[in-house]
Design a protein around this ligand. Structure first.
Ligand SMILES: [Zn+2]
Length: 439
């Protein structure tokens, strides 16, 4: 069965490849010919066809997927590769890619010179982003990454239930939903959205071989909450890209709104709280975020780690000094991020550990503590300084970026609007026809 399939596939692919090469190397039309030899040389170079970085112009291409229980030897059996070469390749490849790891349903390609029956290259794709090239002549083996392409998407929607499910309906990945929530963390409470709130977002997606393999960055965004507009206009100031509202105020603050994503606050800063473990009244100087064990904990701001250790009360905890005024502390972690050590610099949003219940805790949660001038204060009541607004010197450049951005946003229709416009177009020609008849 397999052999028959491979033969059928190779015949078909040879025909396709032949047609392809005919198209690219076919006789030149007289117009292309020119006396300038340099131009001719360029013309010839551009006719070469490359696959996996290999010039395959004179090679036959057979593509397939690994069948159950197939090995390097059985895949290459129909391609007249001597057993010694397969054996040597198997031994030599261990450092780059162990051929015993060749797995069912993975894609492979065999390249054979058109004037030979013996394959010259075997290429295996362990995942959609990488490939391993086995040169069966030189016995050179190397791994490479496929080129990543970024495509831009513009999506809009109207909130029916919540941000992540309504964005999910439009095929927007969680990664972009997170970026969106962080972008508006200080201006919109996404836990209190209203039906009819609206969003527009322009973002990039990572593509390999025409398949989306991940999210890129948000490029522009708009949110409308209870009829109030919130623009997120990108602008580079002091060498750093940030988002600003229409007035030129930065959406970013020194700190992220939430040290954990997808969470709820289970206990606030309270100077007289009944302690659930110690069974007595005691000040609770932190803000508790309930979250599943293992949820990522992020540093709310740029800073330097001062503590990353275990104590019996705090459990595994990390403390980060952000500047001369502010320090933050993250308690009860199941695990501190591997390698995190005092003295190390961290960036805003960097994962520093995982939610747990080590130390004095009843269940998994993050106890987040916010220190100002060496004293613990109520994080939820603290006025966090915004990042620098658009500087006077940049105002004109920002205004032009703003008008360009507003135009892009205006050209994105909401799902209902698009239908309405279509309906109007359908109605109008009819109206014109009737009018014409009356005339
Ligand atoms: Zn707490």
């Amino acid at each position: 069965m397999n052999k028959r399939w491979i033969v059928a596939a190779s015949v078909l692919l040879t025909l396709v490849a032949a047609a392809f090469f005919q198209y690219f190397t076919g006789p030149k039309t007289p117009e292309i010919e020119t006396e300038n030899s340099e131009e001719l040389a360029v013309e010839e170079v551009s006719q070469d066809v490359f696959l996996y970085g290999i010039n395959v112009t004179d090679l036959n291409i057979v593509e397939g997927t690994v069948s159950k229980n197939q090995t390097l030897a059985s895949i290459l059996a129909p391609f007249n590769v001597p057993y010694q070469i397969i054996d040597e390749i198997a031994k030599k490849s261990k450092e780059v890619f162990d051929v015993r790891g060749i797995a069912t349903n993975k894609k492979f390609t065999v390249l054979t010179p058109s004037d030979s029956a013996q394959a010259q290259f075997f290429i295996y794709e362990p995942n959609p982003a990488e490939y391993v090239v086995f040169n069966l002549d030189s016995l050179n083996i190397y791994k490479a990454e496929k080129p990543v392409e970024y495509i831009q998407r513009e999506v809009s929607g109207i909130i029916e239930s919540n941000l992540s499910s309504d964005m999910g309906k439009q095929n927007i990945s969680y990664d972009i939903v997170d970026q969106f929530a962080d972008l508006y963390g200080w201006s919109v409470d996404f836990g209190a959205l209203q039906k009819g709130d609206k969003f527009k977002v322009v973002f990039e997606e990572k593509m390999i071989d025409g398949n989306v393999i991940g999210a890129g960055d948000i490029k522009l965004a708009y949110f409308e909450h209870r009829g109030e507009p919130f623009h997120a206009i990108p602008f580079v100031q002091n060498g750093e890209m940030n988002f600003f509202d229409q007035e030129g105020n930065s959406l970013k603050k020194a700190f992220l709104r939430d040290p954990v994503k997808y969470t709820r606050i289970s206990s606030r800063y309270n100077l007289r709280r009944f302690h659930p473990v110690q069974k007595r009244y005691k000040a609770h100087l932190g803000t508790d975020y309930a979250a599943a064990k293992g949820t990522e904990i992020r540093s709310v701001g740029d800073g330097v780690v001062t503590d990353a250790r275990y104590t019996s009360a705090n459990g595994n905890y990390v403390k980060i000094k952000h500047n001369g005024t502010y320090t933050t502390q993250y308690l009860h972690m199941s695990k501190i991020a591997s390698g995190l050590k005092p003295g190390q610099s961290v960036k805003q949003g960097q994962v520093i550990g995982y939610v747990g219940s080590t130390g004095l805790a009843t269940g998994p949660h993050l106890c987040f503590r916010f220190w100002k001038h060496g004293k613990q204060v109520d994080w939820l009541r603290e006025k966090i300084p915004p990042s620098e607004p658009i500087l006077a010197a940049n105002r004109a450049a920002f205004d032009s970026k703003k008008y360009e951005s507003l135009q892009v946003l205006a050209n994105i229709n909401y799902p209902g609007e698009a239908k309405k416009l279509l309906a109007d177009k359908e109605v109008n020609p009819n109206a014109a026809t009737i009018k014409a008849k009356v005339d």
